[in-house]
Design a protein around this ligand. Structure first.
Ligand code: SF4
Ligand code: SF4
Length: 378
């Protein structure tokens, strides 16, 4: 066996064929949970954070409550006391504070009656409840992580794997990084500079409505009223770029993309070290949309549904998902502009300036996990 094979982390994979195998997705989740050893990971009465994304209003691609309930029951059977959790957003959507966030989670089906666990927003009412954790890395000596995930005894991150306008894709690493960070931590990670092209702006006002810092205003141009950003107050959250459907807002990817991703991965590193030996990951390769679940829509998927995966190494898990997505043929009627062929990069086909590989490469270089994985089909 080569050194590379010895270093490979196991990633457990359940495909989606059901009729021939006589197995529902819930049954597949149950087998993944035990095969990956998650049933032995948590102790009796451990408070276990089930790290979720409840989806922005209008989005419907988040992990389905029926699957979340299956995980909750498995954790209870293992003796743990699970709760569902996420952190508040930087931008002014429906998840900006714990009250609206919890109500939206209910609206999306995450009630106790459905999922059999309470929802606890991890960073408190307005995102001010967090703990600083030392990391001693290139960008940060410490990271700010939400109190409820820090104070839990263990964590199981459930991630919808999909594309992302800045980081290329979003999976377990992004769920750790942005997902476990309060507003301060999200600001730490973003810090990018966005610009508006007045030639493409149609003055729809979407960016003004969603900017959390009121950093966008109207300005007069020869073409008429156009949006413009005040760089002094902009926190670089990128929400305006996500909301602009006309491609008028962009950032200097060449200078900002890698630094943004590295900052994100340093936060993921801190979050992955909160509960040594008690952090598990499941990725859902279903509804593989081009944008993250913070978008108030769910665009057509880029590729067909693939399956559900589980691992204890988030780097290996995300790399396996990245490869599985790219191995698929892309859908013609999707955001893919190119790279439709099996084996071509679907995330670049959707957002040309992104480089998803930076996530794995930097994560492995700081000891977060292994890029090398062994895909174990169950
Ligand atoms: S969202 Fe885009 S098109 Fe609309 S006002 Fe802002 S920059 Fe202009
Ligand atoms: S202008 Fe800055 S603060 Fe406002 S939404 Fe855009 S990136 Fe975020």
């Amino acid at each position: 066996m080569s050194q590379k094979e010895q270093a490979a982390s196991p990633v457990y994979f359940a495909g989606l064929r059901a009729k021939n195998e006589g197995e529902s997705k819930v049954k597949k989740i149950e087998r993944l949970f035990s095969t990956a050893g998650f049933d032995k990971m948590f102790g009796q009465n451990d408070l276990c954070a089930v790290k979720m994304h409840f989806g922005e209003r209008g989005n419907d691609a988040f992990v389905h409550p029926v699957f979340v309930r299956a995980v909750v029951r498995l954790l209870k059977n293992a003796g743990a006391r699970p709760f569902l959790t996420d952190t508040n957003t930087l931008y002014r959507g429906q998840r900006h504070n714990a009250v609206e966030h919890t109500l939206l989670a209910l609206e999306h089906g995450f009630s106790y009656a459905t999922v059999e666990a309470p929802v606890i927003i991890a960073d408190g009412l307005r995102g001010h409840c967090f703990t600083e954790m030392p990391v001693q890395l290139k960008h940060f000596s410490k990271v700010s992580l939400a109190d409820a995930v820090v104070q839990a005894d263990g964590m199981l991150a459930l991630s919808h794997f999909k594309g992302h306008v800045l980081s290329g894709f979003g999976g377990a690493l992004k769920n750790l990084a942005m997902g476990c960070a309060p507003a301060r931590g999200k600001k730490d990670q973003h810090q990018a500079h966005f610009l508006i092209d007045p030639g493409k702006c149609v003055a729809c006002g979407q960016c003004l409505a969603h900017c959390p810092e009121n950093s966008i205003a109207w300005s007069k141009t020869p073409e008429g009223k156009r949006a413009s950003i005040t760089q002094e107050s902009c926190i670089g959250c990128g929400e305006c770029m996500t909301m602009c459907k006309h491609g008028a807002i962009n950032l200097d990817f060449a200078s900002e993309r890698t630094a943004f991703t590295e900052r994100m991965i340093e936060y993921a590193y801190g979050a992955s070290r909160m509960h040594p030996g008690k952090t598990a990951y499941m990725n859902f390769l279903l509804n593989i949309t081009p944008d993250c679940d913070c978008a108030p829509w769910s665009d057509a998927p880029l590729v067909p549904d693939i399956g559900i995966l589980a691992a204890s190494d988030p780097v290996a898990l995300d790399k396996a998902c990245f490869d599985l997505v790219n191995a698929q043929p892309g859908f013609a009627d999707s955001q893919l502009r190119c790279n439709h062929g099996a084996g071509e990069d679907k995330f670049k086909g959707s957002y040309a300036k992104t480089i998803g590989e930076v996530q794995f490469q930097y994560a492995e270089s700081i000891g977060l996990g292994n890029i090398a994985y062994e895909l174990v089909k169950i």
